[in-house]
Design a protein around this ligand. Structure first.
Ligand SMILES: NC(=O)c1ccc[n+]([C@@H]2O[C@H](COP(=O)([O-])OP(=O)(O)OC[C@H]3O[C@@H](n4cnc5c(N)ncnc54)[C@H](OP(=O)(O)O)[C@@H]3O)[C@@H](O)[C@H]2O)c1
Length: 180
C-alpha cells in the first residue's frame, strides 16, 4: 500500500525559501540534509514542481534512485531531459498522477514547492507530513503553502530534535480529508 508524504523544511516563520534564495541547502542544517538525502534514497517516486526541479537539478543523481516526476504546464519543452525510469515531466493533474502512478510505488514524496504542496493537499492526496523546522527567521520568502483554501486535520505521530541548535523534525498523519 502506498504512502504519500509531503516533505518540507521551513523557518520558524513558515518560509521554505530565505527571501529570493531558493537553495534550501544554504540554510537547512547538516542533520536535516542527511535525513533528507536518506529519505529520498528510501523512496520510489518523488514529485516536484518545475521551479523546484530547476533550482535543485544539479544536486540530483538522475542515473539512479527514485523516479522524479516534475509538474509543468509545458512538458514538451522539457521532454529532451526525460530519462526513462528516473526523470519525467508531466502536466497531469494530481488526481491523474494518483491514478496513474501511486499504486505502483510504496513511498511517494511530494517535494514542493508551495504550488505543488498546495495542489496535492487541496486534492486530499497527502497521507503524512514530515516537517523540519529550522531555528531561523527570514521575514521574506515563500510560505509553505500558497493561498488555496484547504481544511485538513493532522495528528503528530513522532518528533525528534535533530541537533543542539533545536532543529525539529515533526511527523504528522492525516486524520480527515475535508478540502473545502
Ligand atoms: N524548503 C523546502 O522544503 C523547499 C521544498 C521545495 C521547494 N522549495 C523552494 O521553493 C521554491 C519553488 O516553489 P514554487 O511554489 O515557486 O514553485 P514549484 O511548486 O516548485 O513549481 C511551480 C511550477 O510547477 C508547475 N505547476 C504548478 N501548478 C501546476 C499544474 N496545476 N499543472 C502543471 N504544472 C504545474 C509550473 O511549472 P511551469 O511554469 O513550467 O508550467 C509552476 O511554475 C524554490 O525556490 C525551491 O527551492 C523549498
Amino acid at each position: 500500500m502506498s504512502k504519500v508524504i509531503l516533505v518540507a523544511a521551513t523557518s520558524i516563520d513558515n518560509k521554505i525559501t530565505c527571501g529570493s534564495n531558493g537553495d534550501s541547502f544554504s540554510w537547512t542544517s547538516p542533520e536535516d540534509q542527511k535525513y533528507f538525502t536518506q529519505l529520498i534514497k528510501d523512496s520510489d517516486l518523488v514529485i516536484m514542481g518545475r521551479k523546484t526541479y530547476q533550482i535543485n537539478s544539479s544536486k540530483m543523481d538522475l542515473t539512479r534512485g527514485p523516479l522524479r516526476l516534475v509538474l509543468t504546464k509545458n512538458p514538451k519543452k522539457y521532454s529532451h531531459l526525460n530519462i526513462p525510469g528516473h526523470l519525467e515531466f508531466t502536466s497531469l493533474t494530481p488526481p491523474e498522477i494518483s491514478s496513474k502512478y501511486f499504486s505502483k510505488y510504496n513511498q511517494i514524496l511530494i517535494l514542493g514547492g508551495s504550488q505543488i504542496y498546495s495542489l496535492f493537499l487541496k486534492d486530499n492526496l497527502i497521507d503524512e507530513i514530515y516537517l523540519t523546522i529550522e531555528p531561523v527567521i527570514f521575514g521574506n520568502g515563500k510560505n509553505l503553502l500558497n493561498r488555496l483554501k484547504i481544511d485538513q486535520s493532522f495528528r503528530l505521530v513522532d518528533f525528534k530534535q535533530l541537533n543542539r541548535h533545536g532543529t525539529l523534525l515533526l511527523k504528522y498523519q492525516v486524520i480527515q480529508k475535508n478540502s473545502l
